[in-house]
Design a protein around this ligand. Structure first.
Ligand code: NDP
Ligand code: 8X3
Length: 251
């Protein structure tokens, strides 16, 4: 049986990937901070799909803790076939001179450093196995910048750059690296960006049909299920109603 490690598995794109990979018979290592949601997902998936789940209740920003949890897994769990670096968030949407330092730190620490921490640990295991596939969740915000997106866009541009770097560094180790860049996906993303302001979050999707998390999970599954000699480097996936980060056809 194959194993996928998914960061940010308690909601949105990560949760949808967990379901889809479980349905394909993968055992799962699920990483996130909300313990109750992790436990609920693990029970549901083990019962529904007859697979095994390891829950890692950890913050990807804390390398020591993440490393402790992952490195103390039984050795059979370290044969990870697919790493989905999905944990990430935006905090705030303000012009640069009004941005909150705490928000910037959270985004940089989660979206860049957290992704690097999980990659450092798991890519070492993949190098030992001489195989593996790393999927990094970037964004349209990693391909272009939009007003007030500043630091979030910068973190996703970093994910784009790191994906290419990883592909180069891991080339001779038989490890594939793919960056998936979604446009607007209706998840908890906007609620988190606007710090629980649900009505502001809902307005983001007013008058258009956004992507849903499963659209992205299905694209990831397509990427992962290609033959061994095929790698999809990069995928930009948008709602039909969204042409660029800012040009949106609203009813
Ligand atoms: P959600 O808010 O629905 O999910 C984010 C997930 O990340 C949650 O499971 C959350 O779990 C986890 N997470 C956040 N911070 C941490 C942390 N420090 N440590 C561990 N886990 C963490 O958002 P999405 O599903 O939309 O976002 C997933 C990824 O997709 C992100 O990288 C985001 O930037 C990217 N993206 C989203 C788009 C969108 O429009 N929604 C578009 C383009 C990219 P918990 O709180 O339990 O830790
Ligand atoms: C999330 C998509 O355009 O809201 O990465 O930044 S966007």
């Amino acid at each position: 049986m194959k194993t996928a490690l998914i960061t940010g598995a308690t909601s949105g794109i990560g949760a949808a990937c967990a379901h889809l990979f479980a349905a394909q018979g993968y055992n799962l290592i699920l990483v996130a901070r909300r313990e109750a949601l992790l436990a609920e997902a693990a029970v549901l998936m083990e019962e529904k799909y007859a697979i095994s789940v390891k829950k890692i209740c950890a913050d990807v920003r804390d390398f020591e803790n993440l490393s402790y949890h992952l490195e103390t897994l039984p050795s059979q769990w370290k044969k990870v076939n697919v790493l989905i670096n999905n944990a990430g968030l935006s905090q705030g949407l303000e012009p640069i001179h009004k941005g909150e330092i705490a928000d910037w730190d959270t985004m940089i620490d989660t979206n860049i450093k957290g992704l690097l921490y999980a990659t450092k640990i798991v890519s070492n295991w993949m190098v030992t196995e001489k195989s593996g596939h790393i999927i990094n969740i970037g964004s349209i915000a990693g391909k272009e910048v939009y007003p007030n997106g500043n630091v979030y866009c910068a973190t996703k541009h970093a994910v784009d750059a790191l994906s290419t770097s990883m592909r180069i560094d891991l080339l001779t180790h038989g490890i594939k690296v793919t960056a998936i860049h979604p446009g607007m996906v209706e998840t908890e993303f906007s609620k988190v960006r606007f710090k629980g302001d649900e009505s502001r979050a809902r307005k983001v999707y007013d008058g258009l049909e956004p992507l849903v998390a499963n659209d992205i999970a299905e694209a990831i599954w397509f990427v992962v299920s290609r033959p061994a000699h095929v790698n999809i480097n990069d995928m930009l996936i948008m709602p039909t109603a969204q042409a660029t980060g800012t040009i949106i056809n609203r009813n």
